[in-house]
Design a protein around this ligand. Structure first.
Ligand SMILES: NC(=O)NCCC(=O)O
Ligand SMILES: [Zn+2]
Ligand SMILES: [Zn+2]
Length: 462
């Protein structure tokens, strides 16, 4: 398919300029003024609109078996929802069970992901340690294009990585040219606080944030940063939700340590009042970890993005329907943790970031696409509207509005954490791997069209 996107303003992380964009064979083949339309080309009129790199969501969980159930969106429905929102690549997670070989889990996830409608790649979680993990990390990096390993410092008695695992895995990642990433929460503290709350009879969703105060997150962020600092590895902290974690990142970066931080669209705009909603079904729908926080944390997260101490925006898209969330109706510790957002992230960040003057359009591109591509080593194939890059493009109408709702979302979840929010700035067209997959509300996602994206190790030269 050949596509000419005509008359728009191209926005990359470094600059914005008037240009047409021609794509052919899945790649961008020309960027320039007054390009001729080849006879067979589909022409997209981008007049008055921005033409930006497709979004990269560096943190999703499609088809994840978690807390006794499986997320509602699989790799097809989740990536299709992403395309409708302008996200053309996801970085999902392979999460081996403790004692499961990493390679076995990796092959399982690769099979599940074959139905994806958009490009995808995987962080692989290290949930335990022995010699086989050491070996499999090497195989993943050298033979399968994995360059990031995830560590859950929470979820005790399930997938939590202890300090021995963190240290050994971080060291191995360094040796291989891979980057460790962490879910920073002190899992032991969470576990003890949960037990105390349940013992006191505080069992509803309002207890969830009480069991995970900011200090719990900050302790783990500081610990991960300290371990990375001693070993000399970079580290990427996922879903930074509070001022205290951001301070840990900011301090480390000021010392010259290579630490990256990710903010979730939800954490940027939703506050913790949701846990006190009078309808427990609604309150349960917002249970995710780390939890939504009070508004001063949101202000801090925006400042982190503006000041360059937070680098990416993600969603942690991990949808569970009401029936699944009801597994924790009598005990909040059993509510499957996770919320959606892959379809809404770009519009929410634009609306709350660009429309408020917090971000320029180029800064928006940086935190929704380019930085993720650079940190996870797929730039400029992804994250850039330039000749030779993948034809992953979103045409963005800064004046278009939409009211976000579960009733109109493409995700198979039955709840929308942004319900009722009207955003200004929406995608009109999404091009993924050179195909027009979304046009003015018409989603043409194709099952299986997504490709596995290999990410080379750092420090390798072409
Ligand atoms: N975030 C969340 O609550 N669920 C998904 C798993 C994780 O990222 O911690
Ligand atoms: Zn997490
Ligand atoms: Zn997650």
């Amino acid at each position: 398919m050949t596509i000419l996107i005509r008359g728009g303003t191209v926005v990359n992380a470094d600059r914005a300029f008037r240009a047409d964009v021609l794509t052919e064979g899945g790649k961008i083949v020309a960027v320039g003024e007054n390009l001729e339309a080849p006879a067979h080309a589909t022409v997209v009129d981008a007049g008055g609109q921005y033409v930006m790199p497709g979004g990269i969501d560096p943190h999703t969980h499609m088809q994840l078996p978690f807390m006794g159930t499986v997320t509602a969106d699989d790799f097809y429905t989740g990536t299709a929802a992403g395309l409708a929102g302008g996200t053309t690549t996801i970085i999902d997670f392979v999460i081996p069970d403790p004692k499961q070989r990493l390679m076995d889990a990796f092959h399982t996830w690769r099979g599940w992901a074959e139905k994806a409608a958009a490009d995808y790649t995987f962080h692989v979680a290290v949930t335990w340690w022995d010699d086989s993990v050491h070996e499999d990390m090497g195989t993943l990096v050298k033979e399968h294009g994995v360059n990031s390993f995830k560590h859950f410092m929470a979820y005790k008695n399930a997938i939590m990585a202890d300090d021995e695992t963190l240290v050994k895995s971080f060291r191995r990642a360094l040796e291989l040219g891979a980057i460790p990433t962490v879910h920073a929460e002190n899992g032991e503290l969470v576990y003890q606080l949960q037990r105390e709350l349940v013992a006191k009879g505080i069992r509803g969703p309002e207890a969830h944030p009480l069991s995970r105060p900011p200090e719990v997150e900050a302790e783990a962020a500081n610990r991960a940063i300290a371990i990375a600092g001693v070993l000399g590895t970079p580290v990427y902290i996922v879903h930074v939700s509070c001022a205290e974690s951001l301070e840990a990142i900011t301090r480390a970066r000021a010392r010259g340590q290579r630490v990256y931080g990710e903010a979730l669209a939800g954490h940027l705009v939703i506050d913790d009042s949701v846990y006190r909603h009078p309808d427990p079904e609604v309150a349960r729908a917002y249970v995710m970890s780390p939890p939504f926080r009070s508004s001063h944390h949101q202000t801090a997260l925006w400042q982190g993005l503006q000041g360059g101490n937070l680098h990416t925006t993600a969603t942690d898209h991990c949808t569970f329907c009401a029936g699944q969330k009801a597994m924790g109706a009598d005990d909040f510790t059993r509510i499957p943790n996770g919320c959606g957002g892959v379809e809404e992230r770009m519009a929410v960040v634009w609306d709350a970031g660009v429309n408020t003057g917090r971000l320029t359009p180029s800064e928006f591109v940086r935190i929704t696409s380019t930085n993720a591509a650079q940190i996870f080593n797929i730039y400029p194939r992804k994250g850039s509207v330039s000749v030779g890059a993948d034809a992953d493009i979103v045409v963005w109408d800064p004046h278009g509005t939409r009211t976000l709702s579960a009733a109109t979302q493409h995700s198979k979840g039955d709840f929308n954490v942004f319900e009722g929010r009207t955003v200004r700035g929406i995608p009109t067209h999404t091009v993924a791997a050179g195909k027009l997959v979304y046009a003015n509300g018409d989603l043409r996602a194709e099952r299986g069209a997504g490709r596995y994206v290999e990410r080379p190790a750092f420090g390798t030269t072409p």
